[in-house]
Write a protein of this length. Structure first.
Length: 563
């Protein structure tokens, strides 16, 4: 640590002066000494929890980050925040709390870091909402900070094949269809999650970790390192060192998370075929750093970035396979060489993205996890923004792994996920239908629940690609098939999706990027006059507060937009 530069940019208010004797007395109880009060105080935000494999090991990683801070002249303090397991909360009322947890995590990190007057921050996340939440808090406070991803789970093994959590969701549909026995279903249940780490495909956790690395907010190569590898623990020590260097150089998150950095993140996500949740989360993070990012930016970048990664849910491989052939850093090196990334963006190493990637190994020569630029899975990115009379503010679709680009059929309208699930189980959904699940948006859900159970059951029933599904809710990063989410405005506030009726012909076209239904403006006006706004589903507690504050999906579903 530099001897001449004062790094206690905020903690000095605690560590000096006779009036702060009581404050320091409290810190002495947790282990501070006279020497510690001369050092910058660094918060280590840990999302450790036993409620999900994604986060069960993060207590160990937080202690490694603490060692890195101590070894480089800082005084670290670990504090915890919550996590919600999306996989466990999926398919029932628990999923209403998943997206709101992003706000609670961000708020709690902001509260503790500001209350304790930390000078800088290392934040460590695992499950889906952790990464965006940590980055939102980091962006709001604009203190020197490094984000560490807890890492991906290893794939399980069943019948000689790699399996993961989505295998289990799809196996439920196969069981209901009579394709597998109850014993086989139980074997899948017991084998898909072998230990610590976030869900293994290019689902939301790995998507957002990749975005964090692409934005320069985590150390090079860290987003694809497996959870249980020795390298992951070393990264945490390195993050402790890096945050002190950022403090010395006065490099702040808003110096790193620029508009160009967000464009890099979108580029990487398109190439990897990431989760549609990236739209929500990147819009929210951009809001936290006051960067003007819109759905149009995603679409502009999508058109020039090919889809290269053959990763689950629509492909064959998982994140550990990608790590073994060069990782996200190898993919970024390729993209930079092709002129698709802004190489001059600053990162948490204090170097530019191009300088970091110059030191990265290229992708392995003989591998098929990542396609070459001249043989992509798709010539443009698979995450498509759709607009039309059903979604004037926009909707998003993931078109990877699909053989068709256009779907037209009669609406089968449901006002809850449970109604839809029962209809699928009873074989009431036919080939050619467009299944609509509405009143499940940010306000209507509330909390914009994910529809992985429904999409997985459709696939398990053999209807993948044979029916379309659209919703003002969300999809898990594990969902695949002809699915459209984030339809905005949502039904709860009078969006056109709330005016749909059974039998209306819906057309979804990714080529023309349109989503429409064949109802005249006059008919729509009549339906709108008869529409009655439903009451919010909760009148007290966290979901009531969330429903009143949350913005549209098209602006990231944030809770501080118009305050």
């Amino acid at each position: 640590m530099s001897d001449h530069k004062e790094l206690r940019i905020r903690s000095k208010v605690i560590s000096e002066g006779v009036n702060r004797v009581p404050n320091r007395a409290m810190l002495r109880a947790v282990g501070f000494t006279d020497e510690d009060f001369k050092k910058p105080m660094i918060g280590v935000a840990s999302t450790w929890s036993e409620v999900t494999p994604c986060n069960m090991h993060i207590d160990h990683l937080a202690r490694e980050a603490k060692k890195g801070v101590q070894a480089n002249g800082g005084a670290p303090l670990i504090f915890n925040t919550i996590t919600v397991s999306d996989g466990i909360s999926m398919g029932h009322e628990g999923m209403l709390y998943s997206l709101p947890s992003r706000e609670v995590i961000a708020d709690s990190i902001e509260i503790v870091t500001n209350a304790e007057r930390f000078d800088a921050l290392v934040a460590i996340g695992g499950c889906d909402k952790n990464t965006p939440a940590c980055l939102m808090a980091i962006g709001r406070m604009n203190l020197p900070a490094v984000y560490v991803y807890g890492g991906t789970i290893q794939p399980g093994k069943h019948n000689g094949k790699d399996v993961d959590i989505v295998t289990a969701f799809e196996a439920v549909g196969q069981y209901h269809e009579g394709k597998i026995s109850e014993e086989e279903l139980h074997q899948v249940e017991c084998r898909v999650c072998p230990g610590p780490g976030a869900c293994g495909g290019m689902y939301t956790a790995n998507t957002m970790a990749s975005a964090a690395e692409a934005m320069g907010m985590s150390l090079p190569g860290s987003s694809s390192t497996p959870a249980i590898s020795k390298a992951k623990a070393v990264e945490c020590v390195d993050a402790g060192r890096a945050v002190i260097e950022l403090l010395e150089k006065n490099i702040r998150p808003r110096d790193i998370m620029t508009k160009e950095a967000f464009e890099n993140a979108i580029t990487v996500i398109m190439a990897l075929g990431g989760s549609t949740n990236a739209f929500l989360h990147l819009l929210a993070i951009a809001h936290s750093v006051q960067v003007d990012l819109t759905l149009d930016d995603f679409e502009r970048i999508r058109l020039r970035v090919p889809h290269l990664a053959d990763l689950k849910p629509s492909g064959k491989y998982v994140m550990q396979d990608l790590n073994d052939v060069g990782g996200v850093a190898g993919v970024m090196k390729l993209l930079l060489e092709k002129g698709l990334l802004h190489g001059d963006c600053l990162t948490v190493t204090g170097k530019t993205l191009a300088e970091n990637l110059a030191e990265a190994a290229p992708l392995s020569e003989f591998q098929d996890v990542i396609r070459s630029m001249d043989n992509p899975l798709k010539p443009s990115g698979p995450l498509v923004v759709l607009r039309g009379n059903l979604a004037p503010e926009g909707a998003v679709a993931k078109m990877s792994g699909l053989k068709i680009n256009r779907f037209s059929g009669p609406a089968r309208v449901f006002n809850s996920e449970e109604e839809t699930t029962q209809a699928i189980i009873k074989d009431e959904i036919q080939k050619g239908d467009v299944v609509v699940i509405r009143y499940v948006g940010p306000k209507g859900g509330p909390g914009m629940p994910e529809m992985l159970s429904v999409t997985a059951m459709i696939v398990g029933k053999g209807l993948g690609g044979e029916v379309a599904l659209m919703t003002d809710g969300r999809f898990s990063g594990g969902s695949h098939g002809f699915v459209v989410g984030h339809v905005a405005p949502e039904a709860q506030i009078g969006g056109p999706i709330g005016l749909l009726q059974d039998g209306d012909i819906i057309t979804i076209d990714s080529e023309t990027q349109s989503i429409s239904f064949d109802v005249s403006p006059e008919e729509l006006e009549q339906r709108a006059k008869k529409w009655v706004k439903p009451s919010l589903k909760f009148t007290s507690g966290v979901l009531a507060k969330y429903a009143k504050l949350v913005s549209s999906a098209s602006t990231g579903a944030v809770t501080d937009l118009d305050l």
